[in-house]
Every structure is written in C-alpha cells, then in structure tokens.
Design a protein around this ligand. Structure first.
Ligand code: SIN
Ligand code: CO
Length: 399
C-alpha cells in the first residue's frame, strides 16, 4: 500500500499525473475545455510486485457499502433492464466481483477514509471550494452506469482492473424513459480507450461518457467537483440574510389628505419600495455568505467528537507530538482574511502568526508534528474547541 509521490503539486511544477503538464498548463488547456488521457498517471496503483497497489482496496470500498454512514448505490443490468438500489447493503447481498453486470458506487469516500482525503491532495491545485469528493465504483465484468453526461468536471482514475471508456462530445441528450438513472437513449462513441490500473482520464462537463468494466474486479475512482447552483445559492443567502434583519414599524408623518383615495400616492409607494432596498445585503455581505456556503461540509458528513476529550494541556502535547489534521469531512477555507469552517465563520484575533498558521492549515489540511516546538498558545486556544467539535483530529498518519 503506497501513495509514493502523490502530493499537492505547485501550480508551476510539472506533474506526472497531468502527463508532465504543470497545473497552470492543465488549467489553461484542459479545465472545462477538453478531455485528457494520461497513461500510467499513478504507477503505484498497478498491483504488481514492486509497484504497489491503490491506497484503498476493493474490500475497503465494499465494507463502506455496508456502512450506514456512507452513501452507496448498487446498479445492475439484466434482461429486465436497469435497476438501482440504495445502500447500506448486507455484505452477503454484494455480488462477487467476478459476477457480471453489476456495480456499486460509494460517494464521499474522502470524508470516510483518511487515505482517500490524502489522495485528493494530488488535485488540490484546484481550489478546495470547487472540489467535491472522491467517489469509488467497484464492478463485475460488463458493469457500469450506462452512457450519461455529468454537469461537472471529473478525473476518472482506474484503480484496479480494466475499464473501457467511450466518450462523445456531440450527442443526442434524450434520456431513456422509465429508468431509475439518467441513461442516454442513443450514444455513439467518438473516442474509445481501455484504461488499466494507474491510467487517468479527465473529462470536462457535458462530454457524454460510458465506462464499462472489462473483466472482474474493476475499481474506478472519480474525483468530482462542485459549484452551488445559482438559484439554490441565492435562496440560501437571501433567507439567511432576512433571518438576521429586524423589522421596523411603518411611519409616514408626511402623508397628506386626498380626494382620490383609490389612487396610491406616489410618495407612499416609493417609500415602501425603498424599504425593500434597505433590506438588500451589500456585495461584501453576499460574498461572505457565498464563502460560508462553500465551506459547508458535504450533506451526509458526520463529525465524531472525541469520546474522552483530552484536556487543553494534553491536547497541546499530543498535537506537538503527532501533528493535527482536519477531520476528513471538514472544509476549512479562507477568504478576504476570514476563516470559514464547516459553514461557520470563525472569529480569529488579529494575531499575525496565528493567521499564518491557519492559512497553512487551510492549504495543507494539516499541521505537522514538531517535537522541538510546541504549538503557540494562541493557536492551541483557537484549535482546542475545533478538536472538541471533532472538526480537527490528531494526525495518526504521523504515528
Ligand atoms: C463509474 O465509476 O462507473 C462512473 C463514473 C462516471 O461515469 O462518472
Ligand atoms: Co459520469
């Protein structure tokens, strides 16, 4: 089990899993623009003696399918058509990986397994605010979810076995009727590749694709992205803003007598309209609300609070020895000097070294162990309540 060489690359560093491009070049040439196939992007996934294997095994993924904290779906195809069921699944109801025409997909594996969160570091040259999850599928021969289109970018990494990917940039968007998932009615591939363990295919949004397992034990990892839908975002920001406003009684001491009571006085209607504009948030308030929303954890995320919490002194000693990391499900972002964690704005004193340390935590998702230097007390005090909430944890990978 190795993740050798997988790290958060610098924007100008040539990266093997981007085919030798730098993240800057990748973003300019491919992001939201055109597909990219990289053979042997992750050589350590090859499951060959001396090469290693992916940092998460098929057995670990199948175990998540039986866990009610993970979101899983099973999709199979038979003469009766497509069928989809939602997990958790009893272990005995999960078919053998050599049985044909079935697949399970587990979403948000990165919020469950630290190895998956660490793997995402390879893609953290893209802002965390856009990164969604690592979804993992396991399939038997012929298994897949049919030809479809996603509205987000995706990196598809073949982690085990072989999968055939067919893609088309021009396609008829009509979907099959009476099917529990979105499958294109007709699909003609323009390109077609067999991906083996370690290969990567990047697809921008709106490229139709079909991935079909070729042979047994096919495991594919999908690094997915997100951006809140604009109406949902507007709705959330507006209702939050209204909750924070206090109402005022109407007053119009300037109102005059009228001979035409059926007519609304212009001044009355305009004064009432002005009240609406007084309720509007400023652009800065809206931007902060957007930033907060972007830091919200994925919907099904659970945070485990420590069952026997350490005292502040013990917390500081252990943090120094083991280092700290964000809990897998935590989202910690910084915007315009504000620190936002899991949908909350954290109040942070104007202490330069504390702010620098928090920026590092937001970028690296961890604070390294340092046996020679204790965490500064301002940082300890800031982090201790987050540890009690289960939002940050000791970094066991440092053990
Ligand atoms: C899969 O892993 O089978 C599906 C991934 C995708 O098509 O987005
Ligand atoms: Co897809």
């Amino acid at each position: 089990m190795t993740t050798a060489g997988i790290h958060r690359p610098l924007a100008n560093e040539p990266v093997s899993w981007l085919g030798g491009m730098t993240p800057n070049q990748f973003m300019r040439r491919h992001w939201q623009k055109k597909p990219l196939l990289v053979r042997n992007a992750f050589p350590s996934f090859q499951s060959k003696p001396g090469k290693g294997s992916p940092p998460i095994s098929i057995d670990q993924v199948l175990a998540l399918c039986s866990d009610d904290r993970a979101e899983s779906r099973m999709i199979d195809q038979s003469a009766k058509g497509w069928r989809m069921r939602h997990g958790p699944f009893l272990p005995k109801s999960i078919p053998s990986t050599s049985k044909p025409n079935w697949t399970v997909l587990v979403q948000q594996v990165n919020t469950q397994l630290a190895a998956a969160d660490r793997f995402l570091d390879a893609f953290r040259f893209i802002p965390e605010a856009r990164l969604d999850d690592l979804m993992i599928s396991v399939a038997g021969p012929g298994g897949g979810i049919g030809a479809h289109v996603d509205s987000y970018d995706v990196f598809l990494i073949q982690a085990h076995g072989v999968r055939r990917w067919e893609i088309a940039q021009k396609f008829d968007p009509t979907l099959l009727d009476d099917v529990p998932l979105k499958v294109l009615e007709s699909f003609e591939a323009e390109d077609d590749w067999l991906l083996e363990a370690g290969d990567l295919l990047y697809l921008p949004p709106n490229v139709a694709h079909r991935g079909t397992a070729v042979g047994p034990a096919c495991m594919t990892w999908s690094v997915g992205f997100r951006a809140p839908n604009r109406l949902a975002l507007a709705d959330a920001i507006w209702s939050n803003h209204l909750d924070g406003l206090t109402d005022q009684d109407w007053s119009d001491p300037w109102l005059g007598a009228t001979d035409q009571p059926g007519e609304i006085p212009d001044r009355l209607v305009m004064a009432m309209a002005d009240q609406f504009f007084q309720c509007l948030p400023s652009r800065q308030e809206v931007a902060l609300a957007v930033a907060k929303t972007l830091s919200e954890p994925a919907p099904a995320s659970l945070f485990e609070t420590p069952s026997r919490p350490d005292t502040p002194a013990r917390f500081a000693a252990k943090a120094q020895k083991r280092g700290l990391r964000l809990a897998c499900a935590s989202r910690f972002l910084e915007w315009d000097g504000e620190f936002l964690m899991n949908g909350e704005q954290l109040s942070c004193p104007a202490n330069r070294s504390l702010r620098t340390a928090l920026k590092t935590l937001a970028n690296q998702r961890r604070i390294a162990a340092n046996p020679r230097r204790a965490l500064p007390s301002a940082l300890q005090n800031f982090l201790y309540p987050l540890y009690l909430a289960g939002w940050i944890v000791y970094d066991s990978s440092a053990d």
